[in-house]
Ligand binder design. Sequence first.
Ligand code: FMN
Length: 206
Amino acid sequence: MAGETKILVVFYSLYGNTAKLAQSIGTGVTEVPGCTAILRRVPETMPQETLMQLEQSAAYQKAQEEMKDIPIATLEDLQDVDGIIFGSPSHFGNAAAQLKQFIDATVPLWVKGQLVGKVGGVFCTSGSLHGGNEGTLITLLLPLLHHGMIIVGRTYEDYSLANAGTPYGASSTSGPNHDQRPTDQDLAIARSLGKRIATVAKKLKG
Ligand SMILES: Cc1cc2nc3c(=O)[nH]c(=O)nc-3n(C[C@H](O)[C@H](O)[C@H](O)COP(=O)(O)O)c2cc1C
């Protein structure tokens, strides 16, 4: 892992909103000299029947088309980086099962302490403002602590969090039809979270 500082941004997204935050986080990472962002999606685990219904939705189809070039994450991806930022839509007030399943499959890494000391952060999108965004972010931080990761959130230094985002991680709300994309302010906070995590990871790497 000598040389460049690598930050993995790994997420699940059905309608593309979480993917938009992921991309801004990645941009923030690359703003730190010597830091590289690696974007990955977690595998889809939805039952075929549900997936077939979703595939009728134009919004779903469009989002999947936009994300098709982002590779699917593997456990090896997690090992080879200095920081990991996990993102998910809020599904019933919690992280999507697809991301949780990916995280639950990290037991072999946990047993060997392979994520200990890596810098970690989280991001989330929800349909409504009070629909579970913060709860999802905080819940998503817990497995990172179990892995011994060093958690980094977003600070209030310029008070931009008064209007968007959270101290726990980047966030946005997508509205009842999942089509209200993250605002410029949401994206700016996501970018600064990526930059902050990359800065800390680079310093720790020494
Ligand atoms: C199965 C499911 C459960 C959801 N549960 C919630 C919820 O509890 N609270 C909420 O505000 N939005 C909820 N939503 C809406 C999504 O969180 C929201 O549209 C999100 O921004 C979608 O992100 P994506 O575009 O990355 O898929 C749910 C959506 C789905 C499909």
